[in-house]
Design a protein around this ligand. Structure first.
Ligand code: TAP
Length: 421
């Protein structure tokens, strides 16, 4: 409790000077952070893979470059905020509390810190207890680039530490990424205060393949969407809807492609699927695999390569004969497990895709531009990818509908949460 208080007090003390700094000077600090992340990219990528188990190819090519890109992008906004909010006078809000999960540690830290700093706020950030190494290394980077003391404070600890941060009276805004369950607790805690809140929560995102889609291209997107990062992705395309006439072809090609995926050492650059993040997460995934089999879906584990005896591993797999009422079609599994279903008409695809309490992301695969616009307009999801999946850019806002949360991160939309107008 004393440490959380000390961190918040330090952010509060740093706020007047940081918020009054010439925005172009603020931008210089942020450009320096971005460049330093790039210079230390190899070290950060190795650290991220050692800590969380994700394949080095992903930490190297996705997490770390995107983290740097977020600082570069937001550095550019520092002295242009009045153009984002025409006619208004955007003011920083004060101390921002950030709580992030274990699946994209450095990237989530960048998603939170970069817009907050660009708008002139100071920050206290709590990484997940099991994956705090890259955020601690980021703290060292902030010292190296001589960011003024107190502007960013990083506190480690478990959920109770996060709770103390949420409840601290001097925190003016909370940005949380994590499970819907914890998000609801945080929403309740903030409800009786004047704290601003944004929540990025779970998902059960649909991928829809129409009969006119390029199936080979779609298969790569499906693989990217659900097996990428062991399925430890909030926007994972975990429900696949295939036009009935294309179902056999999709299953055959998916099976063929899955056989070639390599599960294993996260530090081997040829690995496609790394380690499951923790013993508890592996147990959760197995609980869902049992539920899928028990409720009558057909289990396909086509990739039979041997797994290392030490560590937590899960081969990529999928279920067919899935009913919308099955647990594996409703709950977020957060593992490399895909539920495959079919549909006859676009209306049926839409109804079934939207039949979920979540609304984070969706994918549409078709050759017809008109169908893309028609379907995308009616899908209830914050992010919709068309003929691609899991593509991120700092200029593009990300966030959910319904139980996937509210508020946006990234792009001009993401700045709104960090200013008083
Ligand atoms: P959570 O258990 O919700 O943990 C997220 C963070 O909140 C961690 O830092 C955690 O600390 C902390 N925390 C736990 N209880 C808290 C409380 N009562 N008050 C304040 N903070 C608390 O989620 P997870 O298991 O780490 O992450 C998986 C979930 O995150 C999935 O549901 C996934 O969909 C979601 N996720 C969403 C997104 C977006 S952008 N929507 C991105 C990534 C992940 P400790 O871990 O140290 O206990």
């Amino acid at each position: 409790e004393d440490d959380v208080d000390a961190a918040v007090q330090s952010a509060k003390k740093a706020f007047p000077k940081w918020s009054a700094l010439d925005p172009r000077e603020r931008a210089k600090y942020m450009f320096r952070i971005a460049r330093r992340i790039q210079e230390r990219a190899r070290e950060l990528a190795v650290l991220e893979s050692m800590d969380g188990g994700k394949p080095i190819a992903e930490s190297r090519d996705v997490d770390i470059p995107l983290a740097a890109a977020h600082f570069f992008y937001h550095a550019g906004w520092c002295d242009k905020l009045k153009y984002v909010f025409p006619g208004a006078d955007p003011k920083p809000i004060g101390v921002c509390g950030h709580i992030i999960p274990w699946n994209f540690p450095l990237l989530m830290a960048a998603w939170k810190l970069a817009p907050a700093l660009a708008c002139g706020n100071t920050c206290v950030l709590k990484p997940a207890e099991t994956t705090s190494l890259t955020t601690l290394r980021l703290a060292a980077i902030l010292e190296e680039i001589e960011l003024p003391p107190g502007v960013v404070n990083i506190i480690t600890g478990a959920g109770a530490t996060g709770q103390l941060l949420v409840n601290h009276p001097h925190v003016r805004k909370i940005a949380f990424t994590g499970s819907t369950e914890v998000g609801k607790h945080i929403a309740k805690a903030c409800a009786s205060t004047d704290k601003k809140l944004t929540l990025e929560l779970g998902g059960k995102s649909p991928n829809i393949i129409f009969e006119d889609a390029s199936i080979d291209q779609a298969i790569e997107g499906i693989i990217q969407g659900i097996y990428f990062n062991q399925g430890h992705v909030c926007c994972a395309g975990s429900r696949l809807f295939v036009a009935e006439s294309s179902l056999d072809e999709v299953i055959a090609k998916l099976t063929h492609r899955m056989k070639s995926l390599r599960v294993g050492d996260p530090l081997d650059k040829n690995t496609d699927i790394g380690a499951i993040n923790s013993k508890a997460q592996l147990a959760t995934i197995h609980k869902y695999l049992d539920a899928g089999r028990g409720e009558g879906a057909t289990f396909h584990e086509v990739n039979r390569q041997p797994l290392a005896s030490k560590g937590y591993w899960c081969r990529p797999c999928f279920f067919t004969d899935v009913q919308p009422s099955h647990t594996i079609a409703r709950d977020e599994i957060f593992g490399p497990v895909l539920a495959v279903m079919s549909f006859r008409t676009p209306e049926e695809a839409l109804t079934r895709a939207n039949n979920t309490p979540y609304g984070l992301a969706a994918g549409v695969w078709t050759d017809k531009g008109s169908k893309i616009f028609e379907i995308a307009r009616k899908l209830k999801a914050g992010v919709i990818w068309c003929n691609t999946y899991n593509r991120f850019d700092p200029a593009s806002p990300f966030g959910g509908f319904k139980e996937s949360g509210f508020g946006r991160e990234g792009g001009m939309h993401g700045l709104r949460a960090y200013v008083d107008l």
